[in-house]
Ligand binder design. Structure first.
Ligand code: PLP
Length: 375
């Protein structure tokens, strides 16, 4: 039985990358040089944002952004997100204030955000879940009204759009991941996208320990912030540049596959999908189904096991949600009493199915057949 993984990166032909890698080796400039700047320029133009700063990962980009903004106290964040969102807050000494997501969009609920604001709140930190953009307009209005920073964990959302604009220029900053499970990869890497010049300069310094102009100009070793080594290597940047050329066709192929999934599974009692608002155009990075165990007849976990036995990999994104993770409960014992009904429901009932460009229609039909028979 053919193994179908949950994801596979789309990569350029070796020929396309070979020349660039040779050039890097001969130039002896291995990090934070010509290709990194090239990738930043190309991404900036693609997204239509003023500044794009390449970093070693989305996680380091999140940490540097929170740090560079000088946030204090509490930050409002979804619990239904990937661990790195919450971890970044904790690395910066910030307290996560977890709020619920909407059941239909699987994104942070603006009305829950508004209810959670206190004297100690300094920012809203929202994730574009599975590449489907948040209600950016409402979140922006709330942030403005209460004088809060608004940062988006856009790790999954490269190429996603909102109101006819690419994700990347909303809020104070949007941070992308270029790791292999996302729509565009540089092997490992991240991009901090912002229209704020001062913030971009701080991130440039911050990725290089906090040293002055980020390594581009004469060093000033009196650091402007407590930075990291979060530089991107030239090899990663070169791969990112080639992969950027594939993004649009990649998203098109993914959309076609998602349409087939929806067609095959749409009529089944007990299966539903994430809602996409009229303002949003996702990049289809992941495709998840939400199982109502009573109507469907079996639980998400049973379906996961059935698919696994048939050599099909799926993921329980995101189980456990952050407020139910042991380390979070140890750090913040009051979380044991926190109930986020929609988050807990999705964490127990959502299942992410295989999706990548060299999946075939036959593969999808096989996956859907097993789901229907499993019922
Ligand atoms: C993948 C992901 C990250 C982490 O990205 P890295 O580049 O691996 O650090 C962070 N947040 C979300 C929502 C993600 O999906």
């Amino acid at each position: 039985m053919k193994f179908i993984p949950i994801t596979k990166p789309e990569l350029p032909d070796f020929k396309k990358i070979e020349k660039k890698y040779k050039h890097i080796l001969f130039s002896k400039m291995l990090t934070n040089s010509k290709y990194v700047r090239g990738l930043e320029d190309k991404i900036k133009l693609f997204l239509g944002v003023k500044y794009a700063v390449a970093v070693s990962s989305c996680t380091s980009g999140l940490i540097l952004t929170l740090k560079a903004l000088g946030l204090k106290g509490e930050v409002i964040v979804p619990s239904f997100t990937f661990s790195a969102t919450g971890h970044a807050l904790i690395w910066c000494g910030l307290k996560p204030r977890f709020v619920d997501v909407e059941l239909n969009s699987c994104n942070i609920s603006p009305s829950e955000v508004e209810k959670a604001i206190t004297q100690d709140t300094s920012a809203i930190f929202a994730t574009h879940t599975w590449g489907n953009s948040c209600d950016i307009e409402r979140l922006s209005r709330i942030a403005e009204k209460h004088n809060l920073r608004l940062i988006f964990d856009a790790a999954q959302a490269f190429g996603s759009r909102y109101k006819d604009k690419y994700i990347g220029s909303f809020g104070d900053a949007e941070i992308f991941s270029l790791s292999p499970t996302k729509v565009i990869t540089s092997g490992e890497g991240g991009i901090v996208a912002t229209n704020n010049k001062k913030l971009a300069e701080m991130i440039r310094a911050g990725r290089n320990y906090g040293v002055g102009a980020g390594g581009d100009k004469d060093y000033d070793y009196d650091c402007v912030m407590i930075g990291l080594n979060a530089r991107m290597s030239e090899f990663h940047a070169a791969l990112g540049i080639e992969n950027l050329k594939l993004v649009k066709s990649n998203i098109k192929k993914r959309k076609k596959f998602v349409d087939i999934y929806k067609e095959e599974l749409g009529g089944i009692r007990g299966i539903s999908f994430q809602d996409v608002s009229a303002s949003a155009e996702p990049n289809y990075v992941y495709f998840s189904i939400i199982i109502d165990p009573e109507k469907f007849g079996i639980t998400r976990d049973t379906l996961y096991e059935i698919l696994k036995k048939k050599n099909i990999e799926t993921k329980k994104y995101y189980f456990p949600p952050l407020h139910r993770q042991k380390e979070y409960e140890r750090l913040f014992p009051e979380l044991k009493k926190l109930h986020l009904p929609n988050t807990e429901y999705l964490a127990c009932n959502a299942l992410t199915l295989p999706l990548y460009t060299d999946l075939t229609e036959k593969d999808i039909e096989r996956i859907c057949r097993i789901i229907k028979e499993g019922k």
